[in-house]
Design a protein around this ligand. Structure first.
Ligand code: SF4
Length: 355
């Protein structure tokens, strides 16, 4: 019997729980892996999974895209972005459309690519679109410090960087969710450590297990959660010790502290979450694109007929959206959750017949 089969049997055996159990996978990478490996289909009937707010592209408000398009259409500006952002709709258009109309928008594979682009284009402003969570922020921070060391005065950052933990505070405080356990992202945890999760069992009585991203990793995380629930325990446990320590990555956390300030930020679905965004610290203000172009931080004002906001909060699933699979498809996406490689709608569309 292989390890995964044994885990599936253990999950079934451990659930001496005579009620339904709802577990949230916080992270979009987990969502994709769960669908790809068919994990929902091997769980006992009373154990359900729901997706959470852990896809950075999905939680970025469309007004951020509007700002990026505005900058892209400014004279002498080059925009650098990860590919996932190209098709995400703003309120008016997308970066892809803007590029088709002549804007200089370049897809990068690492934020460090921007250093070379800035070096080669000294008479242009190069703006890096920085979207991501705790895993992305350190490498953006290193890029900013490198730009200073190289005296690249033309490199700027439009920060949409977010901190996951304040969003979890807001989500759990909202009372809209009725979940029994959290599958927590291993990669964020390898930076943050385990400490930031402790409020979840202590304040909300909800167990947490930090998990990796392979099928066995996720099944192990579910097994450990189910055991805690069956035994009436609620603590933070780590099924991903191979990638991080209890304290997290002190070097990465130091970079984040040096380069950024925590600010209130607006999330799709959640609205303004206190302390959930990262802006450039005062010492790096000269690289802040919003200061250079006189822009305010974007504010989410709703998504119209698209239900991404409720899906991010775990209170709806894609098939609850009347646009899913007919109006909204990967070829003709309406919302970010259908575009992002970590989006819940994209995962449902790709891996289920529920459309
Ligand atoms: Fe939004 Fe499309 Fe998902 Fe509906 S199916 S919630 S329109 S992304």
């Amino acid at each position: 019997m292989d390890f995964e089969t044994k885990l599936i049997q253990n999950i079934a055996a451990a659930q001496k729980i005579d009620r339904n159990v709802l577990l949230m996978e916080v992270c979009g990478t987990h969502t994709m892996s769960i669908f790809k490996h068919g994990i929902k289909s091997v769980l006992p009937e009373n154990i359900k999974l729901v997706s959470g707010p852990g896809c950075p592209v999905c939680v970025t408000p469309p007004q951020y895209i509007d700002q990026a398009v505005f900058l892209a259409e400014s004279e002498e500006t080059i925009i650098c972005t990860f590919g996932d952002m190209m098709r995400v709709p703003g309120e008016e258009t997308t970066l892809e459309n803007s590029r088709a109309q002549g804007a200089d928008i370049r897809v990068i594979y690492s934020p460090m690519d921007c250093l070379e682009i800035a070096e080669k284009n000294p008479h242009k402003r190069v703006v890096l679109l920085a979207v991501g969570f705790e895993t992305t922020s350190p490498v953006i921070g290193i890029t900013i410090e490198q730009a200073d060391r190289k005296s690249l005065d033309n490199l700027f950052v439009l920060s949409g960087l977010k901190r996951l933990f304040p969003a979890l505070h807001t989500l759990l405080d909202s009372g809209e969710l009725n979940i029994n356990g959290l599958i927590c992202p291993g990669h964020v945890s390898s930076i943050s450590g385990e400490g930031p999760y402790r409020f979840i069992p202590e304040k909300h009585g909800i167990p947490c297990v930090i998990s990796g991203f392979g099928s066995a990793d996720i099944l192990m995380g579910i097994y450990m959660l189910v055991l805690q629930i069956a035994e009436n325990r609620a603590v933070v446990e780590n099924a991903y010790r191979r990638a991080g320590t209890v304290e997290g990555n002190s070097k990465a956390l130091d970079i984040i502290r040096r380069v950024f300030n925590e600010v209130d930020d607006s999330w799709r679905g959640l609205g303004v979450v206190p302390g959930s965004g990262l802006d450039l610290a005062d010492v790096f203000r000269h690289r802040d694109a919003r200061s250079a172009y006189y822009l305010e931080r974007p504010v989410w004002t709703g998504d119209g007929a698209c239900s991404c906001g409720d899906i991010i909060k775990g209170i709806k699933v894609p098939s609850d959206c009347e646009l899913f699979g007919n109006v909204c498809t990967p070829e003709n996406p309406v919302g970010a959750c259908m575009i992002s490689g970590e989006g819940t709608c994209a995962a449902y569309y790709r891996y289920t017949a529920d459309r």
